[in-house]
Design a protein around this ligand. Structure first.
Ligand code: FPP
Ligand code: MG
Length: 338
């Protein structure tokens, strides 16, 4: 099974330097803001977006080393690449702080969410602070070309979140609706991460766009996997199972069964979906219907198709240890259990 360390290998030293860069740049004048900032930064997850940015920068670097270990032994990324990685990582961090307010989630990654730890009002403010600081750093380092992509990325995320809300409890949500939502809420920022990374290393326009396409494609697969894990994951691994159903959120495993057996009689599903927020028995019943009708298996087929597409995009990229790590990322997305 592919592990996250197999992806990190060529950027081990860069990740360390990047973390120091973040610690150094994300400071606040007031003690309470600093405390919240430390909490938010220390409870980040896998850091996939910043990793993707650094790997895509390495991919298009003029003379990468021969092996992943050689690449990872010393830092290779420029400060400009760290700015690119910081922008996407911090947009993501702020968006999840705000997402937990919207979803009223008390836990993230096995620890209290920022809103649960510091209250909703403070969580809004620390999320805003992180965004403001990221914009400030991008502008003051004069990375205007990188910055020109950032507004669009944030606007897309916000629209994805609104669209998701519009489709909550709507049993007529189609695969196209779903793919559009996950493109906006997840894939677009992963695409931006890959594109900004490549751009920061001076890649040609067509290579930047190829990297973006790769990031978007693996981003779709990543979110489908996330939604599958909600049905089959292990509560003990830090993310509560069946959260989406508890929030009456319609994701691919459910859509897959509505496209088929339940297409002509979705009444039972509609009734159950409306009950899910308050009634655990409805959640369990809907979960059983999805499992019995192979919703998870069908969603997995779609995810695998996106992973294959992402891998074939890599074939047109330079063959070096960074590409190998991106290949490992594709395998990891399919394998991951958290
Ligand atoms: C997680 O979805 C949510 C997102 C990936 C996007 C959230 C975006 C916003 C709240 C818009 C605000 C944007 C900015 C730039 C501040 P999820 O709830 O399905 O996943 P989860 O299970 O991890 O909570
Ligand atoms: Mg959420």
């Amino acid at each position: 099974m592919m592990k996250i360390d197999d992806i990190r290998k060529p950027i081990v030293a860069d990740i360390e330097a990047f973390e120091r860069f973040l610690k150094d740049k994300f400071t606040a004048k007031s003690k309470p803001m600093q405390e919240m900032l430390n909490y938010a930064l220390n409870t980040r997850g896998k850091c996939l977006r910043s990793m993707l940015a650094m790997l895509c920068a390495g991919l298009y670097s003029p003379a990468p080393k021969a092996t992943a270990e050689e690449c990872g032994a010393q830092r290779n990324c420029s400060t400009r690449t760290y700015v690119a990685a910081m922008l996407v990582e911090m947009i993501h961090t702020a968006s999840l702080i705000h997402d937990d307010i919207i979803d009223m989630a008390d836990e993230r990654r096995g620890v209290p969410s920022v809103r649960a730890r510091f209250r909703n009002d403070m969580a809004v403010l620390v999320g805003d602070f992180i965004l403001a600081r990221a914009m400030d750093l991008g502008m003051s380092s004069a990375q205007y070309d990188l910055m020109s992509h950032v507004g669009k990325a944030m606007a897309t995320l916000c629209e994805g979140e609104v669209l998701q809300d519009v489709h909550t409890r709507k049993a007529d949500t189609t695969r196209e609706d779903y793919l559009d939502i996950i493109y906006r809420k997840t894939a677009s920022l992963l695409g931006t991460s890959a594109a900004l990374g490549a751009m920061s290393a001076g890649a040609k326009h067509e290579d930047v766009e190829r990297a973006r396409k790769f990031g978007e494609t693996i981003g779709i697969a990543f979110q489908i996997k996330d939604d599958i894990l909600d049905y089959v994951g292990d509560d003990k691994l830090g993310k509560q199972r069946l959260n989406d159903l508890k929030e009456s959120k319609i994701t691919l495993p459910l859509i897959e069964i509505m496209d088929n057996e339940y297409a002509s009689c979705p009444e039972e599903i509609i009734i159950l979906l409306h009950r899910c927020r308050k009634d655990n028995a409805a959640v369990e019943r809907l979960h059983a219907i999805v499992r019995e009708n192979k919703g998870v298996e069908r969603a997995t087929e779609t995810m695998v198709a996106y992973i294959s597409r992402a891998m074939s995009l890599l074939n047109d990229m330079p063959d070096n240890p960074y590409r190998e790590a991106l290949m490992n990322l594709c395998l990891y997305v399919g394998d991951r259990e958290i």
